[in-house]
Ligand binder design. Sequence first.
Ligand code: GLV
Ligand code: MN
Ligand code: MN
Length: 409
Amino acid sequence: MDALPRIDSSRLLRRLDELGRLGGTPAGGVSRLALSDEDKLGRDRLLAWMKEIGLDVRVDRVGNLFGFRRGAADESPVLFGSHLDTVRNGGRYDGAYGVLAALEVLQTLQEGGIQTRRPLLMAAFTNEEGARYAPDMQGSLAFVGDLSVEEALAVTGFDGSNFGDELRRIGYAGDFPCASIRPYACVELHVEQGPVLEKEGICIGAVEAITGISWQEVTLRGAANHAGTTPMDLRRDAGLAAARIVAYLRDLATDLGPAQRATCGMIAFQPNVINVIPGEARLSVDLRNTDEAVLRQAEARLAAFIERVAAEEGVEVERRRLVDVAPARCDPAVVAVIEAAAASLGLSCRRMNSGAGHDAQILARHFPTAMIFIPSQGGVSHSPAESSTPEDLTAGANVLLRTVLELAQ
Ligand code: GLV
Ligand code: MN
Ligand code: MN
């Protein structure tokens, strides 16, 4: 055992449990959609904990939460954290783990009386998931200045709500300016959300690259008509056109290789009646790849297929771009610090890519950034079944602690 401190594992697990109950669902999942009442409960709880340990707490204009801890020198800070919002019926660790581990790291340093040279800055970014408002990573986009505050506040959600109104309603329209902090380096600790670490029996992932993400909404307009009287060859069936696009997504991904992902997660028919041919269909498309050229190829091939289907089915098409985030490379020096931190704790570690989107990929455009992953049981995430072992949760937080200490010296 070396002299460096360790985080308090039982305190971290207790807080994960407590936060997981805010927006908790009967099946053990969490629905804490961005700027919902449940998100407010999570934010209130986190802020109380941050204040309890003496952090200087700030809320910025898009609701990002920050906790500052002074350094011995007046230099740019080391930033670490993640997000508190979840998808609908998601898990308790996606985002929450990175935020509560950041809090735990700071509390460990406070209690150990350990002063760092650089200031430390924990962050909980607003609307990472994009489950209620697109774009995803909205808070980090505004933090780095890639999305203006005005644009962020004007976003209309999938539920018709306005981002700015909801932010004010829950009391988190702060006044700390966006794009005003330039961190020295950034680290995000997160559950892997995939099967790689568990399958290989490895404890820590040092993330080198994060997937690019392309989201669009496709609206198809045909003609609503009677399900019994309209001959099959005289239909303009928007539902059928949508179904053909959904089926094509699998073929497209299969064709472009294992790094390509393609998903339709939302679909809605109008008028949505059993004996009426759908006059309108609206669907979402989520395309991902860590190779930008292949991602662009996927977009182009899908666009051509949609045009073909529209012509064959006699429907009109409207496409709306929701997200266009290029793949990100993590900073090799920060990746190396993570590897060294894992090694110093005797933990196995491998380099890997992330297929999930993260605030880190937005931070990485502007500041040296990398991510720490721990195994997800069964590779499951965005599901109530999402889980990680107490041992891995503890190990990841200790790797974060050492990584931050090294970067801040
Ligand atoms: C967020 O978790 C995403 O990858 O979409
Ligand atoms: Mn996440
Ligand atoms: Mn997520």
